[in-house]
Design a protein around this ligand. Structure first.
Ligand code: NIG
Ligand code: FE
Length: 436
């Protein structure tokens, strides 16, 4: 099946040179082609160019007219906690009345409130709720998603979450779902005051089991929703990460380092929640541990921004969190781009700090409060976000050979995606060449 999308008022490729994430001035370049066209052959992009050139060189089974519309890559949400049960509506009101996120957490609420609800929920319940969430994200243009565990916090419940992620990755339209193991999201109630003992449990019991899960259970490449292409014993097609909430009162830098080191021993990628509230030096430590991304970065110092800029690690900022927590302080994303760091954006979708499904809304915040230009926000939400989850070679830009994850947007200018907010400009979502 060959499809041509033609006459796009703007086709923006977000292509990056040299197979690397974008930095500096390259962030201002979205690869704009006026009167653009795109050829999709099966699941992949076969050609990109101006409509006249594409139509002269290609025929198709299906033509889609994108006159007065933008065609761009599907968004990559590179940081979510989409598998959970229950809500945190009461905490929403507590914060309005003046309590802070960390005060609520220290009093036994916060993440552990959701852990209680998630432990009580069945696999089936979690699957159906999180499937709905991922579908909502798809409607808003997100075609690849990273999903973390972290609301189980004991071996059986963390694996319940991994299995839900695995099943979503098999069956969901958004079938590029990258798992991240975040057993070190909080200290569970039964380990209160014994953080080191919990870290030992993560290292000695959970991580080895997660490594086996990844190699033996997690899905391999498949061509269609739910159809195996390779036998289940083949190497997993996707990366697998380990994440740690490195924060004052949660896991220290030293405890985080122990877990990252163990994870690296199993060949897992490394991620870190760092500098959300207190700067502990976690950015430098995570980069030294070989992190693929460091996330949040709300209070990262200029010195550590320089360390990030000099590294291959992607900086992921999550401005929906600041917005949701009613904060007027945002990560210095402008400073990070100016220093030369590779910056990505994500929702951080979770019931506590960011009940947000929308990458366009995140871009809208980043433009206003972090002073990103629309082009920088779009590159941060597509190609750089793909690199933040080890998927930069496959998704995140409209380039020949890449997966055909494409959006048709109801606007003649890509900047409308950030300029408007609270509505959904996504007209058509194409995932692996299929119109969803
Ligand atoms: O990324 N900060 C740690 N973890 C999440 C919040 C999770 C929750 O509150 O349930 C975050 O903000
Ligand atoms: Fe998070």
């Amino acid at each position: 099946m060959k499809t041509i999308i033609r006459n796009a008022k703007q086709l923006v490729t977000c292509a990056s040179a040299g197979g690397k994430p974008k930095r500096g001035d390259a962030m201002r370049d979205v690869g704009l082609i006026e009167d653009g066209a795109l050829v999709i052959d099966g699941e992949r992009i076969a050609a990109v160019g101006r409509t006249a050139d594409i139509l002269a060189a290609h025929t198709a089974d299906r033509m889609i007219d994108a006159s007065d519309k933008v065609v761009c890559p599907g968004f990559v949400d590179c940081h979510t906690h989409a598998v959970y049960a229950g809500d945190r509506l009461n905490e929403f009101e507590q914060r309005i009345a003046g309590a802070t996120y960390m005060e609520i957490m220290a009093a036994g609420g916060g993440i552990n409130r959701t852990v209680q609800a998630t432990r009580a929920a069945s696999h089936q319940d979690l699957l159906s709720q999180s499937g709905d969430r991922v579908f909502e994200m798809l409607k808003l243009g997100t075609t690849s998603v990273e999903i973390k565990t972290g609301y189980g916090l004991d071996t059986l419940n963390e694996f319940k979450l991994l299995d839900v992620i695995d099943e979503l990755a098999h069956w969901h339209y958004t079938n590029d779902i990258i798992p991240t193991f975040l057993a070190a999201h909080a200290v569970p109630p039964e380990y209160r005051g014994r953080t080191d003992a919990y870290v030992d449990l993560v290292i000695n019991e959970m991580l080895p089991a997660a490594a086996v899960w990844y190699r033996r259970i997690f899905p391999r490449v498949y061509t269609d929703v739910g159809r195996w292409l390779e036998p289940p014993e083949a190497d997993p097609a996707y990366p697998f990460f380990v994440d740690v909430f490195c924060e004052d009162g949660v896991f220290s830098v030293e405890q985080s380092q122990r877990m990252w080191e163990a994870a690296r021993g199993y060949g897992m990628g490394i991620k870190a929640h760092v500098d959300e509230f207190v700067s502990l030096g976690g950015v430098t430590a995570a980069i030294q541990a070989g992190a693929t991304s460091v996330d949040h970065l709300d209070v990262t110092t200029a010195e550590e921004i320089a360390v990030l800029a000099a590294s291959d690690t992607i900086g992921v900022v999550l401005p929906a969190v600041n917005f949701n927590l009613g904060s007027h302080h945002y990560a210095n994303a402008r400073g990070m781009i100016d220093a030369g760091a590779a910056l990505a954006l994500a929702t951080d979708l979770n019931p506590g700090s960011a009940p947000c499904y929308s990458m366009p809304f995140v871009m809208a915040i980043a433009c206003r409060y972090q002073k990103l230009l629309p082009a920088e926000a779009l590159n941060a939400a597509t190609i750089n976000a793909a690199y933040a989850i080890g998927m930069g070679e496959r998704v995140g830009s409209l380039e020949v050979g890449k997966q055909a994850d494409v959006l048709i947007v109801d606007a003649p200018d890509y900047r409308a995606l950030m300029y408007e907010f609270g509505s959904n400009l996504v007209n058509t979502v194409i995932k692996r060449g299929k119109i969803i």
